[in-house]
Design a binder for this molecule. Structure first.
Ligand code: GLN
Ligand code: ZN
Length: 778
C-alpha cells in the first residue's frame, strides 16, 4: 500500500473537550493532571483513528494546549525574555501566561496563520535570543505514541517559516539562523535517537512572494538539518510552488509535500520528480469540508503513481486543523447535504481508499467508490444547489453603483439626516448580557415561545435605545441583541447555507468558530433584520442605523462551495443582501451599515492575485449597497488598521461613511487616508473596545484632534473601534459618556477657532491582539 499520512489533525476534540478542559484549568476548576489527562485522551483517540484509517504514521507534534507555533518556540527555548521565565523549567501555567499575558506582561501578539482563520502567537526574537532548548513536552508525546504502539511522524514548523513569521527586533531576521539552525539540528538528532523515522518540517512560506535572500537560505539550512536527520519531509501548502521545483529538487531532504487542492495545476510541474525522493501529494482538501471526488482524484494520481510508485505519498493538502473533527456528530443536517461533506475523520478514510485503489485497482474498492459516487451524485442533484432564479438574476447583473455620484448623494443625505458636526455613533452591538444569552438558549430549547422571545429582545432593544438617547448619541443602533453572532444570524436565514451543530474549528487558544456551510445557491427567503430595525426606529426620533454583515465577510467566514467561483458565491450573497438593504430603506431606515471586517483577510497570499480578488470583493459590496436610494447613507465598518496598501479598493467601495479601528495604532493609519485624499466620511475608532478600560476624555480629544489634522471636520465621525458585544454595560456607558464629552469639547473648540492644530503626546497603545468580536469565536 502507498504511504498515507496527515500533516496534522484537529486537537480540540469533536465535542470541544480540549477547549473546556483548558478553560477549566484557567479558572482553577481543573488541576494540571486533569488537564493533561484530557490532552492524552484526545491524542490517543486521534492517533487511534489515524491508525484505523490505515495511515502509515500518526501525527505527533500537532497537539497543543494553545498554539503549535508557541510550542515550537518554547521547545527551542526562544521565549520572549520580557517574561523572565527559564525555558527549560517552563511550567504549564507559565506557558499559558506567554499565550494570554499576565499582570506584568501583555500576551504574545496573535496573527492569522497565512490566509486561514487560525491565529498563532508571533515569536519575539532579538539579537540576544538564545535557542538553548525548553521543556521536553514533544518528546513526552512521542514516547506516549510509541508506548501505545503507534509509529510516529513528528512535525514542526520549519526554521525559515518560524523566523519569517516572528517579530524580530534589533537584528536582521536571517542573522539569527546561525543560532536557530543548530537548535533545530539538536532537536532532529534527538528525534532520530528516539527512533522517529520521519520528521515533517512545514515551510509554507515557500509559496509566498519571497525575496532572493530568503530563498537562498533554504539550501544551506536544509543541508545542515539533513545531517541531523536524514528523513525530512519538507511540507509546503496553501499556494503552489511550481516555480520552485528546481530549488526543491536541489534540497537535501528526503521528501517534499505539495498542495494539489489549492493549486491543482502544479502537479504537472512535478512530473519529473526523482523517483528516489518522496513526493507527498496533498489530494484531500484540508481547508474545506467537501467530500473528495475519489474517481477524479484517482485519475489525477494514476500517472504520478505509474512513475513514482511507492515514492508517492498521499495526504490532505495541509493540516486538518482547519476543518471540523467528525461528521458523524452532525445529526441535524439534511441527509442530502451530509452526503456532500467530509470532516477530518472522514478525510482520513478517503486517503485510505485512494491508496488501496491506486495500488490494488479500483475494482478492489468498488463498493467504497460506489458509495462515494452515489453520495456525491445525491448531493449535486439537490435542487437548491442550482437555483434558476438566482442564476437568472446573476446573468443580468445590474449596475453596481448607487445611481448618483457621492457628491450628489452627500447633499441629499445631509439634508435628510441633519446631523451635527462630528456625528457620534457606535458600531452596532451592545453588551450581550447573560440574560440575553439565557433567553436565546431557552428559545432554542423550545422553552420560550417565539412571541415571548420577540418580546424579550424588544425589551433589550428598547433598553439600548433609551441608554443611547440618554447619552446623547446622534445615530443610534438597535444593539444586535437578537444575534448570537454576526455571521450565524444571517447564515441561519439564508437559503443555500447550512449551520452545523458541532462543526467547530479552532480559531485561537480555546476559541473555536463554526463556519456556516455555503452548499447551494444563496437567496433570501424573507427579510432578516427589517422587523427588529423598524421596531427600534419607532422608539426614537434620531436616525436608527440598520446593521448588516457584508457579502465578502459572509463568504470569508464560511466553508464555501468549490464548484462555483468564489466571486459568484459572493455576488449571490450580495444580491440577497441588496434585497435586505432595499427593504430597510423602504421601511424608512436612513442609515444602513454593511460590515466588512473580513474584507482584508480575504486577500490572496500572492500579491499577483490581489487585483482579481479586490475587483470582485469591491463589486460584491457595491452590489449589496445598490439596494439603498441615494438619500440613504451607507456605512461600512472594518476592524483592523492594516489597509494602507488597499486604500484604493476601500475607496472604490463607494461607501458614504467608513468606521475603522485606529485607536490601537494611535491613528497613524489616518495619515495614509490623508495622503490618499480619501474623499468619503470617516469614523476612526477613538477607543479600544477590546479591554474593559474606560479611556479618559483627554485621550479621546487628543485622538480627535489628531484626526482633524488630516480629515476635515465635515467628514469626521466619532465612534468606538468596534462592536461592544463583549463588554459589560457599566464600562460601555462610562466610555461612551467620555466619548460624548470629548466630542462636545472638540466641537466647541472647532466653533471657536474654526480649525485645530495639535501637539499633545498620545499615550502608548496596547499591542494588537486578536479581536474577540470580529469573528464568531466561542
Ligand atoms: N456590527 C458588528 C458589531 O458591532 C460589527 C462587528 C465587527 O465588525 N467585528 O458587533
Ligand atoms: Zn469591528
Amino acid at each position: 500500500m502507498l504511504t498515507t499520512h496527515t500533516l496534522g489533525f484537529p486537537r480540540i476534540g469533536s465535542q470541544r473537550e480540549l477547549k473546556f478542559a483548558v478553560e477549566k484549568f484557567w479558572s482553577g476548576n481543573l488541576d494540571q493532571p486533569g488537564l493533561e489527562a484530557t490532552g492524552r485522551e484526545l491524542r490517543l483517540r486521534h492517533w487511534q483513528w489515524q491508525r484505523e484509517a490505515g495511515l502509515r504514521f500518526v501525527a505527533v507534534g500537532d497537539f497543543s494546549y494553545y498554539d503549535q507555533i508557541l510550542d515550537a518556540t518554547v521547545l527551542l527555548g526562544g521565549i520572549p525574555r520580557r517574561f523572565g521565565f527559564e525555558p527549560t523549567t517552563l511550567s504549564r501555567a507559565q506557558y499559558f501566561e506567554l499565550a494570554r499575558g499576565n499582570a506584568a506582561q501583555p500576551a504574545c501578539e496573535m496573527t492569522k496563520w497565512f490566509d486561514t482563520n487560525y491565529h498563532f502567537l508571533k515569536p519575539e526574537f532579538d539579537a540576544e535570543t538564545r535557542f538553548d532548548g525548553g521543556p521536553q513536552w514533544l518528546f513526552d508525546e512521542l514516547q506516549e505514541a510509541k508506548l501505545a504502539g503507534f509509529q510516529a511522524k513528528v512535525q514542526l514548523v520549519g526554521p525559515l517559516t518560524l523566523l519569517k513569521l516572528a517579530r524580530v527586533q534589533g537584528v536582521d531576521a536571517l542573522a539569527l539562523l546561525p543560532r536557530l539552525v543548530p537548535a533545530y539540528a539538536r532537536l532532529l538528532k534527538q528525534l532520530q535517537v528516539e527512533g522517529c523515522e520521519w520528521v515533517q518540517l512545514d515551510e509554507p512560506i515557500l509559496g509566498l512572494d519571497l525575496d532572493a535572500q530568503w530563498l537562498a537560505a533554504f539550501t544551506p539550512v536544509y543541508r545542515e538539518l539533513a545531517e541531523a536527520h536524514p528523513r525530512i519531509l519538507l511540507a509546503t501548502y496553501f499556494t503552489g510552488v511550481a516555480d520552485k521545483v528546481a530549488l526543491l529538487q536541489a534540497l537535501p531532504v528526503a521528501g517534499v509535500h505539495v498542495d494539489a487542492v489549492r493549486e491543482p495545476s502544479q502537479l504537472s510541474a512535478f512530473t519529473d520528480w526523482p523517483v528516489d525522493r518522496i513526493l507527498s501529494v496533498g489530494i484531500v482538501d484540508g481547508r474545506n469540508i467537501w467530500k473528495t471526488d475519489l474517481d477524479a482524484a484517482l485519475d489525477r494520481l494514476t500517472p504520478l503513481y505509474a512513475r513514482l510508485g511507492e515514492s508517492l505519498w498521499l495526504a490532505p493538502s495541509c493540516s486538518l486543523l482547519h476543518v471540523p473533527t467528525d461528521l458523524e456528530q452532525e445529526t441535524k443536517l439534511a441527509d442530502g447535504i451530509k452526503d456532500g461533506l467530509s470532516f477530518a475523520k472522514q478525510k482520513l478514510a478517503e486517503l485510505a481508499t485512494l491508496s488501496r485503489a491506486l495500488c490494488l485497482g479500483r475494482s478492489v474498492c468498488f463498493q467504497t467508490l460506489e458509495v462515494n459516487r452515489l453520495g456525491l451524485a445525491r448531493f449535486q442533484a439537490l435542487p437548491a444547489r442550482n437555483n434558476p432564479a438566482v442564476a437568472a438574476r446573476l446573468a443580468e447583473l445590474p449596475a453596481y453603483g448607487r445611481g448618483l455620484s457621492y457628491a450628489e448623494r452627500k447633499l441629499l443625505q445631509h439634508a435628510r439626516l441633519n446631523l451635527p458636526l462630528l456625528p457620534t455613533t457606535t458600531i452596532g452591538s451592545f453588551p450581550q448580557t447573560r440574560e440575553i444569552r439565557a433567553q436565546r438558549a431557552a428559545f432554542k430549547r423550545g422553552e420560550l415561545s417565539q412571541a415571548d422571545y420577540t418580546r424579550a429582545m424588544q425589551a433589550e432593544i428598547a433598553d439600548a435605545v433609551a441608554r443611547q438617547e440618554a447619552l446623547g448619541i446622534d445615530v443610534l443602533v438597535h444593539g444586535e441583541a437578537e444575534r448570537s453572532d454576526m455571521v450565524d444570524y444571517f447564515a441561519e436565514q439564508l437559503a443555500g447555507v447550512a449551520v452545523c451543530q458541532h462543526g467547530w474549528v479552532q480559531s485561537y487558544g480555546s476559541r473555536c468558530v463554526k463556519p456556516p456551510v455555503i452548499w447551494g445557491d444563496v437567496s433570501r427567503p424573507t427579510a432578516m433584520t427589517v422587523e427588529w430595525t423598524r421596531y427600534a426606529q419607532t422608539l426614537t426620533q434620531k436616525p436608527m442605523k440598520g446593521m448588516l454583515t457584508g457579502p465578502v465577510t459572509l463568504v470569508q467566514w464560511a466553508f464555501v462551495r468549490d464548484d462555483k467561483p468564489r466571486a459568484e458565491v459572493a455576488f449571490q450573497m450580495a444580491l440577497a443582501l441588496q434585497d435586505e438593504v432595499a427593504e430597510l430603506d423602504a421601511a424608512g431606515i436612513a442609515v444602513i451599515q454593511i460590515d466588512e471586517p473580513a474584507f482584508r483577510e480575504g486577500l490572496p497570499l500572492k500579491q499577483a492575485d490581489w487585483p482579481a480578488y479586490l475587483d470582485w470583493a469591491v463589486k460584491a459590496f457595491k452590489l449589496s449597497a445598490a439596494g439603498a436610494r441615494p438619500e440613504t447613507q451607507v456605512h461600512t465598518h472594518m476592524c483592523y488598521s492594516e489597509f494602507e496598501d488597499i486604500l484604493p479598493a476601500i475607496a472604490a467601495m463607494d461607501a458614504d461613511v467608513i468606521t475603522i479601528e485606529t485607536s490601537r495604532s494611535a491613528m497613524t493609519l489616518l495619515d495614509a487616508f490623508g495622503e490618499f485624499a480619501y474623499p468619503y466620511e470617516i469614523g476612526p475608532g477613538v477607543y479600544d473596545i477590546h479591554s474593559p478600560r474606560v479611556p479618559p476624555v483627554v485621550e479621546m480629544t487628543t485622538l480627535l484632534e489628531r484626526a482633524l489634522r488630516v480629515i476635515p471636520a465635515e467628514r469626521l465621525w466619532v465612534n468606538p473601534d468596534c462592536g461592544l458585544k463583549t463588554r459589560a454595560w457599566a464600562e460601555t456607558e462610562a466610555a461612551l459618556r467620555n466619548m460624548l464629552t470629548a466630542t462636545r469639547q472638540v466641537r466647541a473648540r472647532l466653533a471657536e477657532v474654526g480649525s485645530i492644530g495639535v501637539t499633545s503626546v498620545l499615550p502608548t497603545m496596547v499591542a494588537h491582539s486578536a479581536c474577540n468580536c470580529s469573528h464568531p469565536a466561542e
